[in-house]
Design a protein around this ligand. Structure first.
Ligand SMILES: Nc1ncnc2c1ncn2[C@@H]1O[C@H](COP(=O)(O)OP(=O)(O)OP(=O)(O)O)[C@@H](O)[C@H]1O
Ligand SMILES: [Mg+2]
Length: 228
């Protein structure tokens, strides 16, 4: 026979046990979303929405800028191990805390994606490829230049976009993705005065072609330092 006090205590414990939140928690593995898209295809806009939902956003360019007081042009090849280890620590810590991770960079080659897929797999996270619609390099370059030129000329951005188009490797499931999903962002252009806007962009383009020496795309800020 169980003494009343112990019985009451045990019942109470059982009652409490029943109410423990653990029974209400849905166990869910975090996800790594690898964004794949040309420049100005809507990746960071998507990432901002995911950040509001609690995902941790890992943007390689932002890490480089953080190390150099906001100056991407101070990118230093010798510091590559530092950039990468910071990125890796962010991904691993976020996943260990059950946070989804979004990799916000162009990820337009298999080599770029391989590293993130490897990191996600080591943490038993599922990997989703979020693919943004591509248009012509000129459209992407004009959009990037019009919204946030980041100190580059339109001609530079056209070079960058053409380079990405040339290197572009469409993601496939056999790379290790659990799923691939297409993002069809509806860009709201042209604007009413688009004709004059495009005209002024083209003027800039021709002026820069005539006056500016071509920059080396490898040191321009943005998106094309391909991770090995
Ligand atoms: N649906 C939309 N309609 C119109 N403009 C948009 C839309 N979505 C994003 N934009 C604008 O287009 C520009 C490019 O978007 P965003 O910066 O998200 O692209 P991105 O893929 O991150 O580019 P990058 O690779 O150069 O960083 C931004 O200035 C953004 O404000
Ligand atoms: Mg971006």
């Amino acid at each position: 026979m169980i003494p009343l006090a112990i019985y009451a205590k045990r019942s109470l414990r059982l009652a409490e046990w029943d109410q423990l939140p653990i029974f209400d928690v849905e166990v869910r593995m975090p996800t790594v979303e690898i964004l794949v898209g040309m420049i100005a295809s809507g990746k960071s806009t998507y990432a901002r929405k995911r950040a509001e939902e609690g995902a941790v956003i890992v943007e390689h360019d932002a890490i480089v800028k953080a190390v150099h007081a906001g100056r991407y042009d101070l990118y230093d090849e010798r510091l590559k191990p530092l950039y990468k280890s910071a990125e890796r620590a962010m991904i691993e810590m976020a996943l260990s805390q059950g946070r989804d991770v979004v990799i916000d960079r162009t990820n337009h080659t298999r080599a770029m994606r391989r590293r993130y897929i490897g990191l996600a797999s080591s943490a038993d996270a599922s990997v989703i490829g979020v693919v943004f619609e591509s248009e012509s390099p000129q459209v992407h370059a004009c959009r990037r230049y019009a919204h946030d030129a980041r100190g580059l000329s339109l001609a530079d951005w056209v070079d960058v976009a053409k380079g990405h188009e040339h290197e572009w490797e469409r993601p496939t499931l056999d790379e290790g993705f659990s799923a691939l999903c297409e993002q069809d962002v509806k860009f709201i252009d042209p604007e009413p005065d688009a004709a004059s806007h495009i005209e002024s962009i083209m003027d800039d383009l021709f002026a820069s072609l005539l006056t500016e020496p071509k920059r080396d795309a490898a040191i321009a800020p943005g998106v094309w330092h391909v991770s090995a």
